[in-house]
Design a protein around this ligand. Structure first.
Ligand code: PLP
Length: 385
């Protein structure tokens, strides 16, 4: 039985072309990018090429890209380092209720240290409304951090409009674009983005590497203390093979974006319609059209997300859920709760996130087994009786 992987928002496989580019930097050209000898200089050139590849994907200048260990570190640097640097001018941060924990927990950490935090609500489809941002801004607001697309429900925000509102009030705009980098067009200049977080493992690059885009002129100190790498903005020896892989993944994403998007939209349309038309008492979560390509997230009444995942896995199908069993109780995610879903519906969440290598056969297979799984789980569910 061929495994069917539909959890690409969690992580993606490394593209063989990406791996091919990375390999020599493990075994042949393994120099430290700060060393003056030829191995070091080869590594340096490779890092700078990757910086150009990443910058090009978002219409930035290579000097505006700092390599980090991933999306989490980039979010931390954007929020903690920036707010710490400007705190004498204001301590107010605005974010949204559906951010990834890398942003929400970082903001909450600062709130415990005497920073002022506003968490914006979202609409039932997961949109951060412009009026809500407008109403939350104060003269002390220094930073607005709103994600580009949500990792669970796939809703894509109106970033350009939100950034413009933040700027009018004198605040800087950061977006966590971990789920959108390489999947939908991003132009930091046209969208008015001051800082942007990206992560390689969501776009067929290796894990453990990402980037923070920092607009030229904005002062965002490094988070770590140590060496002067990355223009003194990220201490620590560069992970050269990973950075090379990230760069190549960005180049491939840019070249293939339209083709991949079309493929994902075709497959997810069939998957979504198939699920909603054949399984009663099912609700689509997230926005109906402003949505990440390939994201099909739904809630089934009277079942529990984790049971669905286990049953799907027994058929070799890998997906995820916004409801996790923590310490014996089923906890719907903060994202599903922020949509205003009742607990009993949010419990039955399933997220299927398609990737470039999924096929029509994969989708048909899911549509073949899922209705039976849900029907069986409902039969034994005390909630449906
Ligand atoms: N932000 C979002 C929206 C994500 O989906 C993720 C990963 O799931 C992260 C941040 C964290 O990225 P990383 O795994 O590279 O630390």
């Amino acid at each position: 039985m061929k495994p069917i992987y539909m959890d690409h928002s969690a992580t993606t496989p490394v593209d063989p072309e990406v791996f091919y580019e990375m390999k020599p930097y493990f075994t042949d050209s393994y120099g430290n990018a700060s060393s003056v000898h030829r191995f070091g200089q080869n590594a340096r050139r490779a890092v700078e090429k990757a910086r150009e590849q990443v910058a090009k994907l978002i219409n930035a200048s290579p000097r505006e890209i700092v390599f980090t260990s991933g999306g989490t570190e980039a979010d931390n640097q954007a929020i903690v380092s920036y707010m710490t640097a400007v705190q004498s001018k204001g301590k107010h941060i605005i974010t949204s209720a559906i951010e990834h924990h890398a942003v929400l927990e970082t903001c909450r950490h600062l709130a415990k240290q005497d920073f002022d935090l506003s968490v914006l609500p979202v609409t039932p489809e997961g949109i951060v409304e412009e009026e809500a941002l407008q109403a939350a801004l104060k003269p002390e607001s220094r930073l607005v951090s709103i994600m580009h697309a949500n990792n669970e429900i796939g809703t894509v925000q109106n970033i350009k409009e939100l950034a413009a509102i933040a700027h009018e009030a004198g605040a800087v705009f950061h977006t966590d674009a971990v789920q959108t980098l390489g999947k939908i067009p991003i132009d930091v200049k046209a969208m008015g983005i001051d800082m942007l977080s990206g992560s390689s493992h969501k776009l067929y690059g290796p894990k453990g590497v990402g980037c923070l885009y920092i607009k030229k002129g904005l002062r965002v100190p490094g988070l770590l203390h140590g060496g002067g790498q990355e223009g003194k903005l990220r201490a620590g020896t560069e992970n050269v093979p990973a950075i090379v892989g990230f760069g190549k993944a960005c180049e491939l994403a840019q070249q293939n974006m339209a083709k991949r998007k079309e493929h994902l939209e075709k497959l997810s349309k069939r998957l979504q319609e198939g699920i909603l038309n054949t399984i009663p008492n099912t609700l689509l979560t997230g926005h109906s059209s402003q949505r990440l390509p390939g994201n099909v997230s739904v809630c089934f009444e009277f079942v529990e997300g984790e049971s669905i995942l286990l049953m799907l896995d027994s058929y070799g199908i890998m997906a995820s859920s916004g409801s996790a069993c923590t310490s014996g109780a089923l906890d719907p995610s903060h994202v599903l709760m922020a949509l205003g879903l009742p607990h009993e519906i949010a419990h039955g969440s399933l997220r299927l996130t398609l990737g470039k290598d999924n096929t029509e056969e994969d989708v048909e297979r899911v549509l073949e087994v899922l209705p039976g799984i849900i029907a069986n789980l409902r039969r034994i569910s005390p909630k449906s009786n």
